[in-house]
Design a protein around this ligand. Structure first.
Ligand code: OOB
Length: 542
């Protein structure tokens, strides 16, 4: 098995420890300590359950024993694909206690993605909820298992059928848990996937715990805070910016929303006294709209965080007048670096910028395509290095060569400007991907699926500005032989068993890509031209 590592050079690791960022804290120690300190306070609310910090620990211990009694060994990887239910936490903390390594998948992922994660991570187990949102994950597990021979165990929360029932896990006093090394990899997060399939992101106890401890402070979390998990719990934003881990760190209450819709979230805010939550821009727009005719008391809400994609200033302006709370813009990435506007920043900074880094030792470079720093205030490519930004992906030398500089800076693929006060303003992406309501879609990946269709000669996938989603995907397709219909191509994409958000929103058939020097044009250029042409035509029509 390929060992999990995150190789911060010794001089950097020493510096981060000396500065007090890395304190040797680990997830198991954290959970045990908080159970002691906050014992009877509520830790988790969701799906008609309410667990105290003590109960969370007990349930995690049961889960840990259960996983180990399957024959799993410390270091083994377990793909976790669960919706926003309390068991998400007992499973994840259980894995941490047992020194097993969660690999986080989103509920939207399907066979293609899960097989890829399981193979890349060499996972030996997979845990799912029986069903969610009308989808049967046991069926998915069956097909994944048949394609990944080393995936020996499937555990199901809910009706397990032929698989292992999570409810049957029992405490075993004979099983003891050794402490993990704080510098070891605690879990694998998945990347937004700017080129090709998602990459696996190894995060250590040291680096990740620093990121949410510092975030909790920046976001003003205290024991009295109530954090609502509106976005999928497996995503880095609700996980750690400051997310539920930041909330658990300070002994706050975490409430799980089964859906981020105002109909579901607003009653929870009123009932539980939610003080802070995080949304992607399209959801924030929905909330702003719904709040104007609200029937629910949202006055407990102090901070609305928005991130994952650019929140436009015109929308950002409306948050305080309509919701009566502070907006916090969050510009982060699963690979590490997170920027926040600060709660006491002037309204102008909160509305116009995507914040500044968590840490004074977050190194931020803004460079041109040759790697030279751009003049102050000019847009350029964002590179970063710091105490919670990875130095490499797991098991992916090609991606590592592309995505990191010789001296260990991560090339984010984002184009940003920096203001005189050190705040970043996101301008767009250097690499081709579509940021569809915070879901990142790789143009390469989708083109590859389309090209598998017998009647597709060539395809180019681009992002088109969309009023609601921010960006939507548009596939330009050159047909060959019998010309397929748009809906049939979408159905074909679905039959490839990919997450639904990757199915192109729009398909435009063209006879050719109309290029003078075919073959000499990079896909990047091709996409840019198609996009520009399409937008110009749209404008003419309007
Ligand atoms: C978050 O993480 P990922 O890994 O899904 O996506 C990262 C990418 C960034 O490189 C950037 O392209 C985009 O998402 N992004 C934003 C943004 N926040 C993220 N673009 C413009 N404005 C923003 N505020 O999306 C993520 C991770 C932690 C916290 C928040 C978001």
């Amino acid at each position: 098995m390929i060992p999990l590592q995150q190789n911060f050079p010794a001089e950097f690791a020493d510096r981060y420890r000396a500065a007090g960022y890395w304190r040797g804290e680990t997830f198991p120690a954290l959970l045990k300590d908080r159970a002691k300190k906050f014992g009877n306070r509520t830790a988790v609310v969701g799906a008609d359950q309410r667990w105290t910090y003590c109960e969370l620990l007990q349930r995690a211990e049961i889960a840990a024993c259960g996983f180990l009694s399957l024959g799993l060994n410390p270091g083994d990887r377990v793909v976790v694909q669960l919706p926003n239910i309390p068991e998400f936490f007992s499973v994840v903390f259980g894995l941490f206690l047992a020194r097993l390594v969660p690999v986080y998948a989103l509920p939207a992922h399907r066979q293609t993605e899960i097989v890829h994660f399981a193979m890349r991570a060499e996972a030996s187990a997979y845990i799912v909820a029986a069903t969610h949102d009308g989808f049967d994950y046991r069926e998915l597990a069956r097909s994944v298992k048949s394609q990944v021979p080393d995936l020996h165990h499937v555990v199901v929360v809910g009706e397990a059928q032929e698989f292992t029932d999570f409810c049957d896990f029992r405490l075993d006093p004979a099983i003891g848990f050794a402490q993990p090394d704080p510098s070891s990899v605690a879990f694998l997060q998945i990347s937004g996937g700017s080129t090709g399939l998602s990459k696996l992101i190894p995060r250590t106890h040291d680096d990740y715990i620093y990121s949410f401890r510092a975030s909790a402070e920046i976001c003003g979390l205290t024991e009295e805070s109530v954090y609502l998990v509106s976005l999928p719990a497996a995503h880095n934003f609700p996980m750690s910016s400051p997310g539920y881990f930041g909330a658990f760190y300070v002994g706050a209450k975490v409430v799980l929303a089964p859906s981020p819709s105002p109909e579901t979230a607003f009653p929870l805010i009123e009932r539980e006294g939610v003080t802070i939550t995080g949304l992607v821009p399209p959801l924030a727009l929905l909330w702003l709209q719904a709040a104007q005719t609200r029937k629910h008391d949202l006055s407990s809400l102090q901070v609305l965080q928005v991130g994952g994609a650019k929140f436009m200033p015109e929308s950002a302006k409306r948050v305080r007048p309509i919701l009566g709370c502070t907006l916090q813009q969050v510009f982060g990435m699963a690979e590490g670096l997170v920027n926040y506007t600060r709660l006491d920043d002037p309204e102008e900074i909160i509305v116009e910028t995507q914040g500044r880094p968590i840490c004074p030792d977050d190194e931020v470079l803004i460079v041109d395509d040759q790697g030279n720093p751009v003049p102050e205030g000019e847009p350029g490519n964002l590179l970063t290095r710091g105490p919670y930004t990875i130095r490499g992906y797991h098991n992916d030398p090609g991606a590592n060569a592309r995505s990191f500089t010789q001296d260990g800076f991560y090339k984010t693929g984002d184009v940003v400007k920096r203001t005189a006060q050190g705040y970043l303003v996101v301008q767009g992406r250097a690499t081709d991907h579509i940021n569809r309501a915070g879901e990142k879609i790789s143009a390469d990946e989708i083109e590859d699926h389309l090209l598998a269709h017998p009647n597709v000669f060539d395809a180019a996938v681009v992002s088109i500005p969309d009023e609601f989603l921010g960006e939507r995907s548009c596939a330009f397709v050159i047909p060959q032989g019998e010309r397929p219909k748009g809906p049939a191509l979408k159905a074909f994409m679905r039959s490839r068993k990919v997450a639904d958000f990757k199915v192109p929103d729009q398909i435009v058939f063209v006879d050719s890509f109309d290029l003078t020097a075919v073959g000499k044009v990079s896909r990047k250029e091709l996409r840019a031209r198609l996009r520009a042409q399409f937008l110009a035509e749209q404008q003419m029509k309007a």
